[in-house]
Ligand binder design. Structure first.
Ligand code: ATP
Ligand code: MG
Length: 193
């Protein structure tokens, strides 16, 4: 089996995340993509993320129609969301000859050398690195990388959060996720004008 981990904060999940999961599954012939929201992402210290439960539920809503994609709670309750911990948890549950991939955007991959136990990470997985406008990266010599360069999507959760807080309704948020955001007044949408 060919299985991939796709980690992130998903605050909120958006159309680029979904396009990436679909494209990676198709191009790399993946049987399953585990979309793993981080509980406490170590790289995101500047902003406090939206509570984990909301981010997971928005991801579940967005992935309903995607056959190969499954939202995973593997990082639930972890103190820090280190990818190596998640990779080792997944490894322990799959067959020895299953192939494990790690789907990641070019901006995040560019920082790979700063990750906790990064050399173990590159030993354990093959990367599927997705291009992102403005993001350049070097591939460490030992890393196995498949480049997915067809997508160049100028969409980010940070920009979506800004737009929501400004009263806009960005089309990059799937409709059912937008309903969830409005129902729960997330990202400043509950504040009366
Ligand atoms: P934020 O702006 O809050 O960082 P984000 O849009 O980057 O949000 P994340 O949850 O940080 O979303 O990203 C999860 C993963 O998806 C990361 O590997 C990131 O690089 C990748 N990713 C997100 N958006 C894109 C995009 N538009 N193109 C390529 N990769 C992306
Ligand atoms: Mg990001």
């Amino acid at each position: 089996m060919r299985l991939a981990i796709f980690g992130g904060t998903f605050d909120p999940i958006h159309q680029a995340h979904l396009a990436i999961a679909r494209e990676a599954a198709e191009t790399c012939r993946l049987d399953r993509v585990l979309l793993v929201p981080a509980a406490n992402p170590p790289h995101k210290t500047a902003v406090t993320p939206t509570p984990y439960e909301h981010r997971v539920r928005m991801a579940e809503i967005a992935c309903r129609g995607l056959a190969q994609v499954e939202v995973s709670r593997l990082e639930e309750g972890t103190e820090w969301s280190y990818s190596i911990d998640t990779i080792e948890k997944v490894r322990a549950r799959i067959a020895p000859d299953d192939e494990l991939f790690f789907v990641i955007g070019a901006d995040a991959f560019a920082d790979i050398r700063t990750w906790h136990r990064w050399q173990d990470v590159i030993r354990e997985v093959s990367f599927v690195v997705v291009s992102r406008p403005g993001a350049v990266y070097l591939v460490p010599p030992e890393a196995r990388v498949e480049r997915l360069d067809r997508l160049e999507l100028a969409i980010s959760s940070s920009e979506i959060r800004r737009q929501l807080a400004a009263g806009k309704r960005p089309p990059e948020v799937p409709a059912a996720v937008m309903d969830y955001i409005l129902d729960h007044g997330l990202y400043g949408t509950g504040v009366a004008a």
